[in-house]
Ligand binder design. Sequence first.
Ligand code: ZN
Ligand code: ZN
Length: 271
Amino acid sequence: MNIYDGHVHTPYCPHGSKDEFRAYVEQAIQLGMSGLTFTEHAPLPDGFIDPTPEKDSGMELQSLESYITQIENLKCEYKDDLVIRTGLEVDYIEGFEQETHRFLDQFGPYLDDSILSVHFLKTPSGYHCMDYSPDVFGHLLTVLGSVEALYALYYRTLHKSIEAKLGQYKPKRIGHISLVMKFQHKYPNRHLAKKEILQTLDQIANQKLQLDYNSSGVMKPLCREPYPPDWIIEEAMKREVQLVYGSDAHRAKDLGQGFEQLKKEAPLSQP
Ligand SMILES: [Zn+2]
Ligand SMILES: [Zn+2]
């Protein structure tokens, strides 16, 4: 498995496992991977109140320095075995662009490679973490009126994330662009939002951003396909968008999860 995994969580994830960095690194070597980027959920922007019950969506700001230091130490220790990059999975949250810009200005210089993801949606009843659970997703449907309206809001927010002015350290890769399909077997959408998805790919191609080709959806019982699915990857390939594989592992043993379900012809890049 000579692949690079550009989306890996760590013991700093408050909702993930406590598997040590070393466990991920050793597992990657065992699998024959060429390298990985640690992309922990960045601290949420100043003033944003995490709507999840445990308020555990992002890492603590005060842990960031030791997070960065620990990865730097691993890079030296494993320099002959594996490429290791320091990264974050940064949330794009509508209305918190300035705070996110400030955060990136401060910490961007220490990052090699990052992902910009949409997990939170702004609705008339406040912010919701769209992928938290089927129940939250169902609640969002009652707030917004239909699955179609929810897809439309997700892709509108994704468009804003791609266009957002977040400064010179804005992440170069867009996370799991079909996360809205995570519960599709419970909440199917017959209209697929094809136009919005193609627009998203056009935007990504125009700005020469990379796509997180994320296999974790394969493992989700109500999704059962990668983020994004084959037809979107084919469209991305037509536009020559760079695809970077991401397992989105929250446990060391999940590195490489779902990889065999990805499109064989899809060319994978390193960040
Ligand atoms: Zn994510
Ligand atoms: Zn992730």
